[in-house]
Unconditional design. Structure first.
Length: 346
């Protein structure tokens, strides 16, 4: 009998399932796509809404009952997961920002013997590219150009260049560092804000300067761009409000690829409406989906992205790369990559 039973709980391509089997010949790998929600787009881990038949639900719950390792959360039984999967000792998530969800579901208390690992790092490149797209688009007048096209107005204008600009990146982990690396290639000065900057050579993480959260207000007056890439924690919630936005230079742009909870949205809207903040390029929001009546939808200096900056058709391959590495570590009794700190929630 296999020592472990790995149950794949969200849609995964067949060739990637085979990679998991090759990486863990010591385990039974269970993949039942007929019991999983089909994806709406590449690397969709939520899937189309729908319910299983009673018979299929019983089959699925029987599989959960055997699982010792889960690839992803079972979103169809998230409330009852601890009771339905009592033998699970490790769960590999397909998302990076799982801390608030895990805390809300009280999984650390209800599954005290289970280790949770995140997909941190998997989404660094696509989110960094979203940030760079926003920065380049801002300098080249992307939003005004799209608006002019929509009303068929031909009016030449002068854009500007990224070279010589300054970006402040709050949350200087894998996403922040990749953003800093790409920005640096365009001649942008990179100021990184991270929880513990002490003892880190800025150049080693693609930054020109680093500081801690307490010194953020010293960096903000230098920002042509403010990029938010921090997780949602008690310390980061609404960390960017009216006070912070007031010291950012006029016409600067804000990019949020972290969490909507990092920003005081009414303060952001006020700064955009007054013209103090030049533009906002937003992939995340305090409430998602963004309500139809929300003012951000219709503001000419705002790009609304439906939390898709991180999504890539290469995402599942990257997640399986991480999972397979962690499978080797699990087998060898070594620490797993990206283990969630259930106190800090990242």
């Amino acid at each position: 009998m296999p020592e472990e039973v790995i149950v794949i709980a969200s849609w995964l391509e067949a060739y990637l399932v085979e990679r998991v089997r090759e990486a863990a010949p010591w385990a039974e790998v269970v993949h039942e796509p007929s019991l999983l929600r089909p994806p709406r787009y590449a690397a969709d881990h939520t899937g189309e809404a729908g319910e299983r038949s009673e018979a299929d639900e019983q089959r699925w719950r029987a599989l959960l009952g055997r699982a010792t390792i889960l690839f992803d959360f079972d979103r169809t039984n998230k409330e009852a997961l601890p009771e339905l999967a009592p033998h699970v000792r490790w769960l590999q998530a397909t998302s990076s920002g799982i801390g608030q969800f895990v805390d809300r579901m009280q999984y650390p208390r209800r599954m005290p013997e289970t280790v949770f690992t995140t997909a941190s790092g998997v989404h660094a490149r696509p989110l960094a590219e979203f940030a760079l797209m926003s920065m380049l688009g801002h300098m080249r007048g992307l939003l005004p150009t799209v608006h002019a096209q929509s009303v068929k107005r031909w009016e030449r204008f002068a854009g500007s260049d990224l070279e010589g600009r300054t970006v402040v990146i709050v949350g200087y982990g894998s996403i922040g560092q990749e953003t800093g690396r790409l920005a640096g290639a365009f001649g942008v000065t990179v100021l990184g804000v991270r929880r513990r900057p002490e003892g880190i050579d800025p150049a080693s993480v693609h930054a020109d300067e680093l500081c801690g959260p307490d010194d953020l207000m010293e960096f903000l007056p230098r920002a042509d761009f403010l990029v938010l890439a921090a997780p949602h924690t008690a310390e980061t919630e609404k960390m960017i409000g009216a006070e912070q936005l007031a010291v950012i230079p006029r016409d600067a742009a804000l990019v949020n690829v972290g969490r909507g909870s990092l920003i005081d949205e009414p303060a952001l809207i006020a700064a955009l409406e007054s013209g103090h903040l030049g533009a906002a390029y937003l992939d995340v929001f305090a409430e998602e989906p963004l309500p139809l009546e929300h003012p951000l939808w219709s503001m000419p200096n705002v790009l609304v992205s439906p939390h898709s900056g991180s999504t890539s058709d290469r995402e599942n391959r990257r997640i399986v790369d991480l999972f397979c590495e962690n499978l080797g570590r699990w087998r060898a009794g070594e620490p797993l990559r990206n283990q969630l700190d259930v106190v800090r929630l990242y």
